[in-house]
Ligand binder design. Structure first.
Ligand code: F6R
Length: 357
């Protein structure tokens, strides 16, 4: 039920702080330890390489998940678009573990890979919002997202839930391997939940930014480096799928290798600056596009902000910035679609779960 909301998408964006708290609750023991299926823990511990398989927004979550697992648990990770996997199947390691990330658990492209790797005898873990779904039933293990039903075609709360569960999984594995960490994911996710609330309370500010930057434009660019780049890809997907503005997420350093040719007077460029180690270089990219006439909208994190930034997100742990920086991008897409009279919850040509290959 939408309740007082005009669209499911806005309701689901607003639900994100609650989903974070639900995940914290579900993945916590009474002694404040992480609570995870012992079989999942074991599978993560014994594998020598992880292959993440997913589509669309879930693929974008996988790109961030790779960073969590590599940085925290020290296991190499490859992230593959499900529909591409079979054409150029990578050489597999000796003890691979496949992780399928899927909100619906029904995505046919991902299922095709699952069927194939089960034939080869490899273990599979599905991270999904629908525990009884096909991908959940057919994998060896399942981790639940606890995001509640996601009705809007554009995925929002499932993405941040995927990131939260991936962070928990990475830390749990690190601990199981005896690695020393000073990162408490449950505590940090609680801070994320509060930050999300601050952001969902700033809808009017975001709507103003949409008027100023995305009013009549036909295209828009999102630029970022490192983690921010992966969030830019997600922000661009959100914007194009519901507002039909042609949008692309680019790595800041790649601009000069071609894309910068597209920048004209007034082209909107949304830049993310949430990471200390890339703050200086992404600012350089912003200057490059501004010098060519771009209308640059910088979204930075508290502590890294500059006077000209259009929007500042609250400070969270640097590993978890995607969970927070994506929220203004979701809201930008929502209001851009609304202002264009688009069917926000049911964009043209798209289905909520894609059950054909
Ligand atoms: C974008 C979107 C899609 C899905 C993709 C995978 O907002 O919703 O890109 O993320 O179709 O779907 P799941 O996660 O159900 O496998």
């Amino acid at each position: 039920e939408k309740g007082t909301y005009s669209h499911f998408m806005l309701k689901e964006i607003d639900e994100q702080p609650f989903v974070m708290r639900k995940i914290i609750h579900e993945y916590q023991t009474e002694n404040n330890e992480l609570k995870l299926d012992a079989n999942v823990r074991q599978a993560m511990k014994v594998c020598d390489r992880i292959y993440i398989i997913a589509a669309g927004t879930s693929y974008h979550a996988g790109l961030v998940g790779k960073e969590f697992i590599e940085k925290l648990a020290h296991i190499p990770v490859e992230v593959h678009i499900a529909s591409e996997f079979s054409y150029n199947m990578p050489l597999l390691s000796e003890k691979p573990l496949f992780i399928f990330i899927s909100q619906s658990g029904e995505t046919a492209d991902s299922r095709a890979v699952l069927v194939k790797i089960k034939e080869l005898g490899h273990p599979a873990l599905t991270i999904t919002n629908v525990p009884g779904s096909t991908l959940s039933r057919e994998a060896d293990y399942t981790l639940n997202l606890y995001a509640g039903p996601e009705i809007a075609v554009a995925s929002t709360k499932a993405y941040t839930a995927q990131l939260a569960v991936l962070a928990i999984l990475a830390v749990d594995t690190a601990k199981a391997k005896g690695l020393d960490l000073d990162f408490d994911p449950l505590q940090e996710l609680a801070i994320v939940a509060n930050a999300m609330e601050v952001l969902t309370d700033q809808k009017e500010a975001i709507e103003d930014l949409v008027r100023e930057y995305l009013g009549t434009t036909r295209n828009a660019f999102f630029i970022g480096r490192s983690t921010d780049y992966h969030v830019c890809m997600e922000g661009a997907l959100k914007l194009k799928e519901i507002s039909y503005i042609q949008a692309e997420g680019f790595a800041g350093g790649e601009l000069k290798h071609g894309t910068i040719a597209l920048i004209e007077e007034g082209t909107p460029v949304i830049a993310l600056a949430s990471q200390d180690n890339v703050n200086y270089s992404i600012r350089g990219n912003v200057q490059e596009v501004v010098a060519r006439g771009a209308n640059a909208l910088v979204i930075s994190m508290k502590g890294l902000e500059q006077d000209t930034d259009a929007f500042v997100i609250p400070h969270v742990h640097e590993l978890l910035t995607p969970l927070v920086s994506v929220v203004p991008l979701q809201l930008l897409a929502y209001y851009a679609a609304l202002h264009r009279d688009c069917d926000v919850d049911k964009p043209r040509n798209l289905a909520k779960s894609v059950t054909v290959e």
